[in-house]
Ligand binder design. Structure first.
Ligand SMILES: Cc1cc2nc3c(=O)[nH]c(=O)nc-3n(C[C@H](O)[C@H](O)[C@H](O)COP(=O)(O)OP(=O)(O)OC[C@H]3O[C@@H](n4cnc5c(N)ncnc54)[C@H](O)[C@@H]3O)c2cc1C
Length: 434
């Protein structure tokens, strides 16, 4: 079996297939595993420039790390402050009633009722945390003719909806639709931890267990008589060659999956290309002293390119992670001068609003993600059903990734695990498929 993509969706798929006794290898275009965990270095320190907050509700991801024996977590919390009428309003997953009071002050009672109604559905049924649930498919049919910016009033949109979709989708409220908003509310309702040692030890344990082909880009899918027979793979940029496989999981973002299936299934490729993705730039700066306090560890901003400045860890408050996303944060000038200027502007705000000290920058790292997050599609549930129908026609093919259940690490992990389970069921026990 082949799993294409070494992000969390692919890693989870491959681990499950391995546990079920199948011969599986991961094929990854880049030189490292991890995908949008974004492994990198800040000075001598290994850091993550992508996803790193792990919710208490992330059961599949926690299963994955515990299988690999590397699952020590430390609390991080969801803590983001907003400025309203000169006052700092803090939304904190550990202080639910204060957070609820703050949300109530953020919009009309109709908007609060809409938000609370969705939250109640999510609390009552875990499936509503993910894309394609029955309840949110109904919301989609009824409301996806307009984006979130028209579903909620302007105050709620500005104060709460915008920071949520910018943070989770890199998108503006006018670019995301009500039928997918459950994934965002679910993120707000969780409590977050981080892996104490980062993701690197998990990836090392994985690579000891499952064969991995790095620097290998999959260019096409080979199908004969309606059944997957192999992949065309270009290693280290060389001309693509065929490799035979009995089964394939494509655990890649929708636009990359579209390219892989394009020659074999052009209509499916066109549909997959419809899924929206938005960019983001993450700048990590290490200072010579703490920039945040324990109680206020992130500032969400809506009037400039930097949408969020937050401490790297609950105890790593001398490292600040600046996220540029949303329309104004789609940076095109990544020169050192421009990044310095933007960082300086945000530092001024941290000083003004949070009383941060004037600190010296010690190290800096800039990571630009061209397609950081999926923002899905209007009527996304219908899109998913269509894609599912096309894939069911191709024996030995399964899809996983951020556009299927949502962008959270947990949602991606669930799609990988589920895809592996379906593939294993379809192909039967190892050895039965010649
Ligand atoms: C800045 C940032 C912060 C985030 N923060 C959080 C967070 O705190 N918590 C959270 O839950 N989520 C967070 N997310 C979201 C989450 O990290 C991602 O949605 C998730 O990691 C995506 O995993 P994936 O496996 O679907 O895709 P990826 O991680 O993108 O993996 C896909 C892999 O496929 C490879 N690939 C693509 N095309 C090919 C090909 N043709 N051949 C071979 N390989 C190919 C890519 O190189 C990549 O490694 C964040 C995302 C970003 C960008």
């Amino acid at each position: 079996m082949a799993v294409v993509g070494g992000g969390i969706a692919g890693l989870t798929a491959a681990l499950r297939l391995d546990l079920l006794g199948h011969d599986v290898e991961v094929i990854e275009a880049e030189g490292t595993l991890g995908g949008r965990f974004g492994l990198d270095k800040l000075g001598d320190r290994r850091v993550m420039t992508g996803g790193k907050n792990i919710g208490r509700q992330y059961h599949t991801f926690r299963w994955f790390t515990s299988e690999l024996g590397s699952d020590v977590y430390e609390s991080f919390g969801y803590n983001a402050s907003r400025i309203k009428d000169g006052k700092v309003l803090t939304l904190d997953s550990e202080r639910r009633s204060q957070t609820l009071r703050n949300i109530r002050r953020m919009g009309s009672s109709r908007d609060f009722a809409r938000m609370a109604g969705m939250a109640a559905r999510i609390r009552a049924d875990r499936r509503n945390r993910f894309l394609g649930s029955r309840y949110f498919s109904g919301v989609s049919r009824k409301h996806d003719h307009t984006p979130l910016s028209e579903f909620f009033g302007p105050e709620m949109t500005d104060m709460l909806v915008r920071p949520m979709v910018i943070r989770n989708n890199g998108a503006e409220p006018g670019e995301v639709y009500p039928g997918t908003f459950g994934t965002n509310i679910a993120m707000l309702m969780d409590h977050y931890d981080q892996l104490s040692g980062g993701i690197q030890p998990v990836l090392e344990a994985f690579a000891k267990r499952v064969p991995v082909r790095l620097n290998s880009a999959v260019e096409g899918l080979e199908i004969r008589d309606g059944k997957v027979t192999g992949l065309r793979i270009s290693e280290e940029g060389a001309e693509a060659k065929s490799s035979d496989y009995d089964g394939v999981v494509l655990a890649t973002p929708a636009y990359a999956t579209a390219e892989i299936v394009r020659s074999a299934r052009p209509a499916l490729a066109r549909r997959l290309s419809d899924v929206n993705y938005f960019p983001s730039t993450v700048v990590l700066v290490e200072y010579d002293r703490d920039m945040f306090t324990h109680d206020v560890r992130a500032l969400a901003m809506d009037d400039g390119p930097c949408s969020n400045a937050g401490s790297y860890g609950q105890e790593d408050r001398h490292i600040v992670r600046y996220t540029y996303s949303g329309r104004e944060g789609r940076l095109t000038d990544l020169s050192a001068e421009n990044i310095d200027r933007l960082t300086g502007e945000t530092e001024e705000r941290l000083v003004k609003y949070l009383g941060a000290p004037r600190a010296e920058r010690v190290n800096r790292l800039v990571k630009h993600w061209k397609a950081a997050y999926s923002g899905y599609l209007p009527y996304h549930a219908e899109f998913l059903a269509e894609v599912r129908r096309s894939v069911t026609d191709i024996a030995g093919l399964e899809l996983a990734g951020d556009y299927i259940q949502g962008v959270s690490i947990e949602a991606c992990a669930r799609t990988g695990r589920a895809a592996a389970g379906r593939l294993a069921t379809h192909l039967g026990s190892p050895g039965n498929h010649a």
